[in-house]
Design a protein around this ligand. Structure first.
Ligand SMILES: [Zn+2]
Length: 465
């Protein structure tokens, strides 16, 4: 993979994370590091019994894939349904039903119309940065969630197209039949020396090659070229990846319904050797048993539940188990600074251009690998040391039963401080069904905030003040 694959736009309006994996991606919201380019045989070889024969005019198969469950993908469904085409929708189950994303009912409508619902993890992390247990929860539990909602879930796509051999093995062990990468097929934008199509069947079903994801700089000619270069190059599989489908979008990963419709009309008119299929129609295979990821140990009732609470353990210069968060219209810059409150480092947040929302640094919004576990009905005493040029407060989130994260509540305000001060607050009882907490001191105005030495105690087991 050498392409970006992204969700959770910075400009969204709901109370959630700024970008799921930006932190681990080296601080950039938009791109992933380039890695080795796989080379695939273009010949149609090794066809399994029962699949289409390798005819003289090698077939070209186009798959239209839609990532991240953005609500405006219902526009794509309208276009495809009108043309009688079926697409594949890669769904992070943790966002389903939240603002600006599709609902379970939306997904059921897609499936009823013949589209494929496929896996994309629960919360869309960069899987290569996670422990084996957490990566397994992300991939397997997403398949569990989607299956419980009634879908036949056999194929997967890696968030940010980030994968390695270990992650491929996890996807296979979770019961998937294939997993998609991005950026390993030639376009005018990238990968000039890459193959013109993936082979059928793919050389590695757990890293299928696809062109870069489509963005608003793609023209109808670019879309057509991705198909015609395969047709004239010996055929093969062309998986095109879309994110937003709207007449206009602030997100560059957008295609207008008009352009998608023009492309669909053109596709329908291709020679009979070119067809449009879902991933499942290309990959085939049975529905493997559903496997749940490893359980998270029950939360302790004593001791500080925050992992890496002093921010001293750094991975690629970033505190391990922490992430950037925020929403609304503002510009947030995050940096590790020295010295810390007690240890060597602290985290600095600078907000400029503030119009709305907030920004904060907080424990990773994950399935339990990093975020503090918590018990429904219990109250928690949370604290952190801070210096700030502006008023700050704790913003709190909780993990739901399916592994998504919901905004919970916010603490009272804490005054600006030029020397380190301790902010402390006791939460209300954790809502029923919740299994974890994430919280951070935020800025909701322009300013500079430095935080360090976070703590979260079950109030029953908290040390005396
Ligand atoms: Zn995605």
């Amino acid at each position: 993979m050498n392409a970006t694959e992204r969700t959770i736009p910075a400009g969204r309006t709901d109370q959630r994370w700024r970008t799921a994996a930006s932190h681990w991606a080296g601080g950039t919201f938009w791109s992933k590091a380039t890695t080795a380019v796989a080379v695939f045989a273009l010949t149609v070889a090794g066809l399994a019994a029962g699949t289409a024969p390798a005819v003289a005019a090698s077939p070209t198969v186009v798959t239209l894939t839609f990532d991240d469950a953005n609500a405006d993908q219902l526009n794509a469904a309208q276009v495809l349904n009108a043309k009688g085409l079926k697409g594949t929708f890669f769904v992070p189950s943790g966002v389903v039903g939240t603002p600006n994303y599709m609902t379970v009912a939306n997904l059921q409508g897609l499936a009823a119309a013949g589209h494929e619902i496929a896996g994309h993890t629960v919360t869309h992390p960069d899987l290569t940065t996670l422990t084996t247990d957490e990566a397994t929860r992300q991939i397997c539990n997403d398949r569990v969630n989607l299956t419980k909602w009634g879908f036949r879930v056999t194929n997967f796509a890696y968030p940010f197209a980030a994968e390695n051999a270990a992650v491929e093995a996890i996807a296979k062990n979770c019961g998937y039949n294939s997993a998609r990468g991005l950026g390993d097929i030639k376009t005018r934008f990238s990968c000039a020396d890459c193959p013109l199509a993936e082979s059928i069947p793919p050389g590695n079903a757990f890293n299928t090659a696809a062109p870069d994801e489509e963005d608003s700089s793609w023209t109808l000619a670019d879309l057509q070229k991705s198909v015609t270069q395969a047709e004239t190059g010996g055929g093969g599989w062309v998986q095109l990846t879309f994110h937003h489908v709207a007449a206009s979008s602030a997100d560059p990963l957008n295609i207008t319904p008009t352009l998608l419709s023009q492309f669909a009309t053109w596709l329908k008119a291709r020679p009979s050797t070119t067809s449009v299929k879902t991933v499942n129609q290309v990959i085939g295979g049975t529905v493997k048993p559903v496997v749940a990821g490893p359980a998270v140990p029950p939360p302790a009732t004593n001791g500080n539940l925050v992992k890496n609470p002093d921010l001293e353990t750094l991975v690629s210069g970033v505190p391990q188990c922490w992430q950037q968060g925020g929403y609304g219209t503002n510009t947030a810059a995050f940096n590790v600074v020295a010295p810390g409150h007690a240890g060597a480092v602290a985290e600095r947040l600078v907000v400029t251009g503030y119009a709305s929302g907030d920004a904060k640094f907080l424990p990773a919004l994950d399935l339990g690998g990093c975020s503090p576990g918590a018990t429904a009905g219990h109250t928690y005493t949370i604290s952190a040391w801070y210096k700030s040029t502006a008023v700050t407060q704790f913003a709190l989130y909780y993990r739901t039963g399916i592994g998504s994260w919901a905004y919970w509540t916010s603490s009272p305000w804490f005054a600006p401080a030029t020397a380190f001060q301790k902010a402390s607050w006791t939460t209300p009882p954790l809502p029923a069904g919740a299994s974890g907490i994430s919280f951070g001191l935020n800025l909701f105005a322009n300013g500079t905030l430095i935080t360090d030495d976070y703590a979260m105690y079950d109030t029953a087991g908290a040390p005396a003040p």
